[in-house]
Ligand binder design. Structure first.
Ligand SMILES: [Zn+2]
Length: 239
C-alpha cells in the first residue's frame, strides 16, 4: 500500500493562521485553545491579539531570533520520524486493512505555540519547536497522522456525520479513538510513550480501555466509542 511521506517545514505564516484558528475556536471552546495554546507561554500576545500585524511581527521576531535552533529541531524531528515511519504505517495498515491514505500535503510545520492543531482539509499539522521530551514529538506526528486516516475512514463508514453540526461529535470520537489506539501495547512499544488525553475524555477511555481487546476490529471499537460519546452529557453539544 502507498503511504504518504511527511515533509517538515518552517513557515511563520502557518503560526499566524493557527493563531487565527484559535481565536475563531474561542467562539466554541470558551477560549481554551487560546489559553492553553498561546497565552500560557506567550502572555503578552493577549494585549494585542486583535491586531493582526502585531501578532505577525511578534511571531516573526521569535522565528528570527531562534532560526538556528529551529532548523536544528526540524532536522532532528525529521530523522526521528524517519526511524519510525515504517512501523507506524504497518500499524495503521493493520487497523484499516486495504484502506488508502487520503491525498494531501502531509507537511509538519514547526510552531512556537503550545497546542498543535491539524488541518484536515490539506493534511498539514504542527509540531512543537521546543519540547522537553523530544521523543514525544513522534507521538504527536503519529497522533495527527492517525487523525487523517481515521477521519477519512470514519466519513466513509458514516457519511451522515459529515454534516458540520456533527463536527464536535466526530472530534470527540476521533480523540478518544486515538488515545485507545496510541496507548495500546504495539504503539507504546514503538513510540515509547502514551499520548495525552483531553480531560473530558478520560472517563470514556477508562471504561472502554478495560473492555478493548486489541484484536477487535476497528469498526466495533468505533461503534462502542460512538455509543458512549452519545450517552455522555458533558460531550453532547451536538444535536
Ligand atoms: Zn488529536
Amino acid at each position: 500500500m502507498k503511504h504518504p511521506k511527511v515533509k517538515f517545514k518552517i513557515d511563520t505564516a502557518k503560526d499566524l493562521r493557527t493563531f487565527r484558528a484559535f481565536v475563531n475556536d474561542s467562539k466554541y471552546d470558551g477560549g481554551r485553545s487560546l489559553r492553553w495554546g498561546i497565552f500560557r507561554k506567550h502572555p503578552s500576545v493577549c494585549r494585542f491579539m486583535n491586531d493582526r500585524k502585531r501578532v505577525d511581527a511578534y511571531i516573526r521576531s521569535i522565528y528570527k531570533k531562534r532560526a538556528g535552533d529551529m532548523a536544528e529541531a526540524l532536522e532532528f524531528y525529521r530523522k526521528q520520524w524517519k526511524a519510525k515511519e515504517n512501523v507506524f504505517f504497518s500499524l495503521t495498515d493493520k487497523l484499516f486493512p486495504g484502506f488508502f491514505w487520503p491525498k494531501g500535503k502531509y507537511i509538519a510545520y514547526l510552531t512556537i505555540w503550545s497546542m498543535f492543531p491539524r488541518f484536515l482539509e490539506d493534511k498539514t499539522f504542527q509540531i512543537p519547536f521546543r519540547y522537553r521530551r523530544k521523543k514525544y514529538v513522534n507521538v504527536i506526528i503519529a497522533h495527527e497522522m492517525l487523525h487523517f486516516i481515521f477521519y477519512e475512514w470514519f466519513y466513509k463508514q458514516y457519511p451522515r456525520y459529515r454534516q458540520p453540526r456533527y463536527n464536535y461529535f466526530v472530534w470527540n470520537v476521533s480523540e478518544i479513538f486515538n488515545v485507545l489506539i496510541q496507548d495500546s501495547y504495539p504503539w507504546i512499544r514503538t513510540f515509547g510513550m502514551k499520548t495525552m488525553p483531553y480531560p473530558e475524555h478520560k472517563k470514556i477511555i477508562r471504561r472502554i480501555g478495560l473492555a478493548w481487546a486489541e484484536s477487535r476490529p476497528v469498526g466495533r471499537l468505533v461503534e462502542d466509542i460512538i455509543l458512549k460519546v452519545k450517552k455522555e452529557p458533558a460531550l453532547r453539544r451536538f444535536s
